[in-house]
Design a protein around this ligand. Structure first.
Ligand code: ATP
Length: 498
């Protein structure tokens, strides 16, 4: 029988785990603090630990660090109500197996625990991996709650111990440079230089000299010797942005540095040797460019050792509210003002827009809105016309939002002016359903309808403290139907009451 250890200072949570997983044939042991867990582990020898990050006394991260020292093969899953980048990265960096966001999605909880137990079984034969580094505080300014961004944070954490070349892909403004900086800050090279070169912004003739330097007299205008970025970056990390915009001859030189660390300054014949980690980014389809021989295949494979893809913002709209909150707080800090708020209609407009310029465009739109908003809150009319046009009018599931003719300033508030309360509410429901549908489209393996139905029932029961009559009324169904759903999804009492 496998043993699951639950570490949480909230007795309710421990109890819920016990009820849920003992029913599934696991032995569940409880620890009320990090200290207690550390004392119990050598005796109990659990197969898997599930632990809260926020606990009185020893924090979850610190406990994790000590567990990893004690037994690097013991898998730990962390739970957090705060889905910040920082904790996610730190957790993975310290070697957590996974982490779960509270409140739990029961299906995900079950599957993560099952996966963890399976990995623990496999791990008994595997070689132990040592944890790296300590805990350091930094402000990466990289936020996101979507599954896609959570995966990115995990990868950054997992990459911390490695010097691998990383290729970061994604449309312009999706945060590629920010991710590169985060990888660097969490790497062993964080005490060494980080330099960024935007290959598209430098004229082709000058790019080689920028990267490799040149000797005096190498070409007209080369009046001084120049040290290039590779040399400046010795032992450090070089971020090559827009790598797809480089000539084939520069590509050949980059390949050589990647393979051997060697290059010559332009016009020089002395071979120099450097130790530089390369992080590269592009918004161009490199695979296609390889096929059409615009990009060297051998370089592509050298760069593509680890790939991080950042999806466009329109494919992770669930990140928008968090990004808005983050930017508004940041602008307020910069301007030493209290943060502005945003009305529900304005947020709806932001969530419905297709964001061709991704996070950078959202940041710019919000910056402008904070400047022009007259009151404490940002209203739809403070947003630019294209954002309102993309979002005005009732949103129909599956249909592209229709552009609205006529002068656009204030269009959204006008569009809403004659709308009744009920119509607006319905619009809200359609809007939520549309977002769920988008999620479902990206996760065809997950059964969205039953999952949503189950969650709605759980929420209604919690809200009404398990009063089935009131819960049924809240959901617009009969009590008999509610009962059937409780039975169908096996919703136990402990998950119905907080
Ligand atoms: N997840 C995020 N959290 C917070 N800010 C973000 C995030 N993603 C992007 N940004 C912000 O958006 C702007 C664009 O990000 P960045 O420059 O990293 O994008 P990029 O993909 O490298 O763009 P390009 O391809 O045009 O160089 C930056 O100001 C960055 O701070």
């Amino acid at each position: 029988m496998s043993t699951l250890m639950v570490v949480d200072d909230e007795a309710d949570v421990r109890y819920s785990f016990r009820r849920l997983f003992e029913g599934e044939g696991l032995e569940v042991v409880e620890a009320a603090s990090g200290e207690e867990a550390l004392r119990m582990i050598p005796r109990v020898r659990p197969d898997l630990v599930v632990m809260d990050i926020r606990m009185a006394g020893l924090s979850g991260l610190e406990t994790l660090r000590r567990i990893r020292e004690m037994d690097p093969r013991l898998l730990v899953i962390l739970m957090t109500a705060y889905g910040t980048t920082q904790t996610a990265i730190e957790a993975m960096k310290l070697g957590a197996y996974d982490y779960l966001l509270k409140p739990f999605d029961m299906a995900r909880l079950r599957s993560v625990i099952q996966q963890g137990l399976k990995a623990a079984r496999d791990m008994r034969q595997a070689v132990a991996i040592r944890p790296t580094g300590g805990l350091e505080e930094d402000a990466l300014g990289l936020v996101g709650r979507s599954e896609a961004m959570q995966q990115v944070f995990k990868l950054i954490g997992q990459l911390a111990a490695s010097d691998a070349t990383v290729l970061i892909t994604g449309e312009s403004g999706t945060g590629k440079e920010l991710v590169a900086r985060a990888i660097y800050q969490h790497s062993r090279r964080s005490g060494q230089p980080f330099l960024a070169v935007n290959c598209a912004a430098i004229p082709e003739g000058l790019l080689e000299s920028e990267l490799f330097g040149h000797e005096r007299g190498a070409f007209t205008g080369a009046t001084q010797q120049r040290i290039g970025k590779f040399e400046q970056c010795h032992r450090g990390t070089l971020f090559l942005d827009e790598i797809g915009d480089m000539s084939l001859s520069t590509q050949a030189k980059i390949l050589r540095v990647l393979q051997s660390g060697q290059f010559e300054r332009v016009g020089g014949n002395q071979t120099l040797q450097v130790d530089v980690r390369i992080l590269a980014a592009t918004n161009r389809p490199l695979e296609q460019m390889v096929a059409s021989r615009q990009f060297r295949e051998d370089l592509f494979y050298r760069l593509n050792v680890v790939r991080i893809h950042l999806p466009p913002l329109r494919e992770r709209r669930e990140d928008i509210p968090l990004l808005v909150e983050y930017f508004l707080a940041r602008f307020a800090r910069e301007q030493k003002q209290t943060p502005r708020s945003l009305t529900a209609a304005a947020l709806r407009a932001l969530e419905n827009y297709h964001w061709p310029g991704n996070v950078r465009e959202l940041e710019n739109v919000l910056r402008r809105a904070t400047v022009i908003a007259k009151g404490e809150a940002i209203l739809p009319e403070d947003l630019p016309p294209e954002v309102l046009e993309g979002a005005a009018g009732p949103v129909r599931a599956g249909a592209a939002p229709q552009p609205k003719p006529g002068p656009a300033t204030g269009a959204a508030s006008q569009a809403h002016a004659g709308t009744s309360e009920t119509a607006r509410d319905e619009e809200e429901v359609v809007h939520l359903a549309r977002r769920l549908f988008e999620w479902a489209r990206r996760h065809p393996d997950r059964k969205v309808l039953p999952a949503v139905e189950r969650e709605l029932v759980v929420q209604a029961l919690r809200e009404t403290r398990d009063n089935q009559v009131r819960a049924a009324r809240l959901l617009g169904i009969t009590r008999a139907t509610l009962r059937k759903r409780i039975e169908k999804y096996g919703i136990r009492r402990e998950f119905r009451v907080e």
